[in-house]
Design a protein around this ligand. Structure first.
Ligand SMILES: [Fe+2]
Length: 210
């Protein structure tokens, strides 16, 4: 192999017991006989139920102080902590999905899997931002090998990656990274809390005001 990979896309992983926020989310879910939270913006081309319209109220940030503190350290902040700027809940049952999207202009974004059973649910699909430069090679290789073999030969050329997660896991990724949630195949609710990190204490690069 006569090439090297110059840059990579980071994925940060944490774990946070989701019992308390799950209770709150399930109560919201139950109180309204199905879908209390239907504030998904009209511009979204998906069927997920969310309270994104109220995301700037940042109702759920209080659960993530520890994660933000650790994440701040992990991205190299010498002082201060990463600041969660927006947070919202997402509900999926059978047939519900979220289309491919990104979270620009935020810096980083995250997902907390607060009700999630890996036996019936599927995690987010991250799309390879460099896929176009590999797709030609992949197509050519596929003519020679089985598709699976081609993927094995060039793991960095995969079109998408589905991270292995379990309930309570928190993943944080760069906001530019496109991702989607495939249509749910089960009636067992899948609940996540998503968030954006727009301001980082100690940084003057980007500070949004309301
Ligand atoms: Fe997203």
């Amino acid at each position: 192999m006569n090439h090297e990979i110059m840059f990579g896309v980071p994925l940060f992983r944490y774990h946070l017991d989701s019992a308390e926020i799950k209770k709150i989310a399930e109560e919201k879910f139950t109180l309204s006989q199905g879908f209390p939270i239907d504030e998904t913006p009209g511009g979204w081309d998906c069927t997920v139920k969310s309270d994104f319209d109220n995301s700037q109220a940042n109702l759920y940030t209080k659960y993530y102080d520890g994660v933000m503190k650790q994440f701040g350290k992990d991205v190299g902040l010498e002082s201060g902590t990463a600041m969660m700027h927006e947070s919202w809940l997402n509900y999926y049952v059978k047939g519900m999905n979220q289309e491919e999207h990104d979270h620009l202009p935020s810096f980083y974004s995250g997902v907390h899997y607060i009700k999630y059973d890996p036996r019936v649910h599927e995690a987010v699909h991250f799309l390879n931002p460099l896929f176009q430069i590999y797709s030609c090679t992949y197509s050519l290789t596929s003519k020679i090998c089985r598709g699976e073999d081609a993927l094995n030969a060039h793991p960095f050329s995969r079109q998408f990656i589905i991270p292995d997660v379990k309930e309570g896991d928190v993943i944080i990724f760069p906001s530019f990274l496109r991702h989607r949630v495939n249509k749910s195949e089960t009636d067992v609710p899948r609940i996540t809390c998503s968030f954006n990190i727009n301001t980082i204490k100690g940084s003057t690069r980007r500070v949004f005001s309301q």
